[in-house]
Structures are given as C-alpha cells and as structure tokens.
Design a protein around this ligand. Structure first.
Ligand code: GDP
Length: 591
C-alpha cells in the first residue's frame, strides 16, 4: 500500500485524529483498543500512538512543525533603555556588539561553555593572563566583538527583566545532549520568549557516549524551537564545552542572528546602561559592573543610578585593565558610586553632581507621595486593560502537582481564547510556586495560577513586593471558570488581608457558661471587636473566626489599643493557652 504522509502535533485528541484522516472516531477508538490503548473521543494521545493508528489506516505520520507564533502583543515591559534609545536621533545610530546571555538547566554546562568561549577567544595577555570575573566579558570573532554576560542562571536574567532592564539581545540556551529538555530548560525558553529575545541552542556534551541529539531536537521542537535543519527557525549548534568543540560555530551563529536584529546605539548620545552586578569592597568601596548601552562612559562622569549617585573615579575592563572610556555594549567595572545599586538598575550620566542630587531628591519625594508607578498585576487590572484595548493577551504561568495535569489544563485554558483576546500560557510546570516563578511573572506581567500546589513563603513575599497575583486552586473547573470570568470582566474582586493588630495571651480564665476568656496584652496596632481574628500557637493557626466579646477592665469595648490589656473570647472556641498569639485583621477587596 502506498503511504500518504500526514502531520500530527505531539498531542492530539481522538476526535482530531479521526478527522484529519477522514476516518470515523469509532474506527480510531477500535484501532487504539486493539493496540491496548483505551481512549474516549475527547482524550488525547501522544504522537507515537497517533502514528500507529495512522499506519493502520495507510498513512505515514510526521511530527507537525510547530509554528513559532509571536503572541499578539508584548506582555512584558519594554526595557527602559530601549525606550531611551528610541528617543535618540535615528541617523546617529550605529551597530554595536550583540549582548549574549547563557541560560539552561543546572549542570548542562553553562559555566563550562562560558569559560571555554572566554579562554579560546579572549586575548588575556595584557593582564598577565589573569582572568577576573566581573559579570561580563567580550570576545572577538572574525573581527567582530560579542559581549557575554557571564552570570549564568535565570535569577540574574529575570531580576534584570523584572526591573524592565533586560540587557541581552540573544539567549544561548544550553541543553545537554545526554539529558535533554528539563524543567529549567523550559523555564529559560519561557523567559526568553516572554522577553522576545531570540534563542540559539547549544546542544552541549555531544562528546558523551549517551548523547542523543535527535531525541533532544525533537524535544526542542515540542517546545516550539524547531531546528533549522528541520525547516524551523532555531539554530541548534552541537558543541562540547569540555572538549572546546563547536565554539566557533556558536559565535558564528551569534553573529548570524545579530545581523537580523536591530542592535544599534549612538556612541555620541546620552550615556546610559544597566547595572550587571555590584558589591562593596572593603578597600575600594562600591565596585559595580555596568553595561554601557548608549553613549560613551568616561572616568570623571557623574552617574545616577536608582537612589544613589557618584563620580566615576576609575574604570576597568574585564581584563582588569584601566580604561578611560567605554562604548555601547561594553561591560565595565567602575569605582565611585555611593551605594550598592541593585542588578538590573538603569544608570545615567548627568552633567553635574548638583544635578544628580536634585534628581535624587525628586525621586525620593515622588516615592514618598506614592507616585511610583505600580506594576501590580491582578486579573481585574488586566481585564480593565483588555477593555481599554491596551492588551489583547492574558499571560499566565501555571504550576501544577503532577505532569499528567499540565497538558489538559493548558488546553482548557487555551480554549478560552476568544477572538481578539488570547490566553498565553507562558510557562507550565510541575511543582510548588517558587520565587523564580514570581520573577518570571513579574517580568512578563503574568498571573500565577497554582493547581494543587502551594506557594512558599519566599515566593509570597516576593509576590507581595512585586505586586503579583497568585491564585491557588484545587478544583480545575474553578480555575477555568475564574479565568473565563476574568475574560468576560465578571470576576469577583480579589480580596486581601489587612492586619489590624496582634495581642499575646497572658492568662486564661475558664468561666462556666461564658467559656474561656483570654487575658491579653495588645502588642501591635489594636484589637477591634468586629474585625476577624485568628489564634496561633507556635506558628500554627488553630482558630480563624470572630471575636465574641472584647472587654477592657470589665467594660465591653469596640477596640483596645497597643500596650493595653484586655479580655477576649472567641466565638465557638475555647482551647486557649497562655503564650498564644492573636492576630486581628480585616479582609479588603483590592481595587
Ligand atoms: P552549569 O550548572 O550549567 O553551569 O554546568 P557546568 O558548566 O558546571 O557543568 C556541569 C558538569 O558538566 C561539569 O562536571 C562539567 O565538567 C560537565 N560538562 C560541561 N560541558 C561538558 C561537555 O561538553 N561534555 C562533557 N562530557 N561534560 C561536560
């Protein structure tokens, strides 16, 4: 029988499978059953299973090439430095070296690759062969310069992005050929995609006997990174960082990709850039590595960065050599900044120290007035933006308890996309919600959804700080319903807890008929009779409900302030011990 080829995605429902081959679903289900797979019409089967059915019906199945569709609109922030470059005189913009960052799963070889590229291509003679790490370095390939940010890891990348300062033009995604696509690989892809930064894949460890490049390429295709040799858009370069093989090919790929991008700056324009890293040195004061993104930074310049400023006393390149000026895309270590600025912060050169102080005073004042633009991301806010036509995409990050739930939930969420408004699941992974998920959400202005998972304390704190909404569910349809409601603008406002005060139980009185009364001292804020209250013992919440009576020296009162004693009884709860903590709070519907 002559076989016709037919394309399938990596997962397909039985219904679709039948439709594509113009077969009846019953026929497909029967074939599946005869191969030991019990599936109903709405169930999904993987590519291999679909291929078996196809072959029985006289088709040869091939994996559908995943289109690298760019989401309708950039959900992330436009980095401030890009906005600044946009305001430069276009005719003065010239090409600058591309800035590259390396991401990938732990142990896949990021550090080894960075070191290999550095050693093979950097003329380190001038500094007596001493290689110092300042967070970035530059190499030359075929007469062209490339800047590498050498603090591998997503934390640095996403911290920079969360501040709207993403500095990289290209991401090299390191994937070990013996290990394949792993959770952090997917996370890195999500980061790069959300930031609209093109990805080059370094298929590392090809020297290993158990390397399986084809398998990994297929995995990459499933993530939307289809290798160019398979007619996709992603350059996949086999390398061995350990044996220093394929390094030139990687650099070649970087130059190739950068040619298709708009990597420009005005070396004579306003001087600004991004902080790569900074720390305090006991002898020399604050040492910061800056990436110049426009203009030419010079010693003696006054820079302002975040809420600090300083006059640049000295500058060193990545070889430790003293330099007097630095062009766009140059990483430079500087001395002279007042306080340690956070990584990702934008720096700018200002004409004088007097001006710097003026700007800082203004910044401090506007911060006090709360004028700082909030980046709070709540479903309600996003919906307002939908209606105002500002965004047409709802970016979501999903964490679930088991792998088997990922695909069905993502599919159900995607099905909610309606017309102009698209659901964009940026990242879906198993595991609890961690700080790095919140970082990704902050950087992409996404909503974090959890299904049967929890968010650890560090993640909650960061979410609060960054204004990220975390929504946890343990019933799938509730989650889907919520998102649907958000899209339709019917969502109940999110609530948040506002603390009113805390009190400690100093003595316990058991009074028959009345129950247990806690003799307390108000530690912070006040206790309000009509606010909600919870009782904590060694950090564990034992009661969460209402106050049934609040007394101050025998009188019923509405509130008792900090420092005062009072008697509290809890509605329907008597198990109170000396030392227990009471937390009084109200629930507010957030705007
Ligand atoms: P990172 O966590 O991604 O920075 O990974 P590392 O660069 O620290 O590498 C992890 C381990 O993989 C180290 O033991 C390296 O020596 C090893 N490794 C890195 N690249 C290669 C390679 O190309 N081939 C082999 N066989 N091992 C490698």
């Amino acid at each position: 029988m002559s076989e016709k080829t037919i394309e399938f995605p990596s997962q397909i429902t039985v219904r679709d499978l039948a439709q594509r081959m113009e077969a009846s679903p019953i026929q497909v289900i029967k074939i599946l059953m005869s191969n030991g797979v019990m599936a109903n019409i709405n169930q999904q089967v993987d590519f291999d299973t679909a291929a078996v059915v196809a072959s029985e019906l006289g088709f040869e199945a091939v994996l559908e090439s995943v289109k690298e569709t760019a989401p309708a609109e950039d959900p992330g922030k436009v980095p401030l430095w890009r906005e600044l470059i946009d305001s430069e005189d276009k005719s003065k913009l010239i090409n600058r070296p591309p800035v590259v960052t390396i991401l990938g799963h732990v142990d896949h070889g990021k550090t080894t690759l960075l070191d290999a590229i550095r050693h093979a291509n950097v003329a380190s003679g001038e500094a007596g062969g001493i290689t110092q790490h300042i967070g970035a370095y530059q190499v030359e390939h075929k007469g062209k310069v490339i800047t590498f940010l050498d603090t591998p890891g997503h934390a640095a990348f996403s911290a920079m992005r969360a501040r709207g300062a993403q500095g990289a033009d290209i991401v090299i995604l390191v994937v070990a050929a013996d290990d394949g696509v792993m959770p952090q690989t997917r996370e890195a892809i999500a980061h790069a995609k959300a930031a609209r930064v093109p990805i080059i894949v370094a298929l590392n460890k090809i020297d290993r006997a158990d390397a399986n490049p084809d398998f990994v390429k297929r995995q990459l295709s499933e993530q939307g990174l289809v290798p160019d040799e398979w007619d996709g858009n992603t350059i996949v370069v086999p390398v061995s960082a350990k044996q220093k093989k394929g390094l030139d090919d990687i650099l070649e790929a970087v130059l190739l990709v950068s040619e298709s991008l708009d990597i420009k700056a005005n070396p004579h324009g306003k001087v600004f850039g991004t902080v790569i890293e900074a720390q305090v040195d006991k002898a020399r004061g604050v040492i910061a590595t800056l990436l110049v993104q426009n203009g030419t930074l010079q010693t003696g310049n006054t820079v302002i960065v975040g809420d600090t400023c300083g006059k640049i006393r000295a500058m060193y390149d990545f070889n430790g050599k003293t330099v007097k000026s630095a062009f766009p895309s140059t990483p430079i270590q500087v001395l002279g900044i007042g306080n340690v600025p956070p990584a990702g912060e934008l720096f700018q050169v200002v004409p004088s120290e007097k001006e710097a102080r003026l700007i800082l005073a203004e910044r401090a004042a506007s911060k006090e007035n709360g004028a700082e633009t909030s980046t709070r991301t709540s479903l309600e806010k996003l919906f307002e933006k939908f209606q105002a036509g500002e965004v047409r995409e709802l970016p979501l990050i999903l964490k679930v308890d088991v792998q088997g739930s990922v695909e069905p939930i993502v599919n159900s969420l995607n099905e909610l996309s309606q017309g102009e408004i698209k659901i964009n699941v940026i990242h879906a992974e198993t595991g609890n919600i961690s700080e790095s998920d919140v970082m990704l959400a902050a950087a992409s202005r996404a909503i974090l959804l959890g299904f049967n998972v929890s968010a650890d304390q560090a993640a909650r704190n960061l979410a609060e700080q960054e204004g990220i909404s975390i929504r946890l569910y343990n019933i799938i349809y509730r989650m889907i319903e919520d998102i649907e409601k958000a899209l339709k603008g019917m969502l109940e406002p999110e609530t948040r807890e506002i603390p009113v005060g805390t009190a400690q139980v100093r003595a316990v009185f058991k009074i028959s008929k009345v129950g247990t009364i806690a003799g307390c001292r108000v530690l912070t804020g006040e206790l309000r009779r009509n606010a909600r209250i919870r009782l904590l013992r060694e950090g564990e919440t034992l009661f969460d409900g209402e106050i049934s009576s609040l007394k101050h020296e025998k009188d019923d009162v509405k509130e008792v302030r900090q420092g005062f004693e009072c008697g509290v009884s809890l509605k329907g709860y008597n198990d109170i011990n000396e030392g227990d903590l009471l937390e009084n709070y109200i629930i507010e519907k957030s705007a």
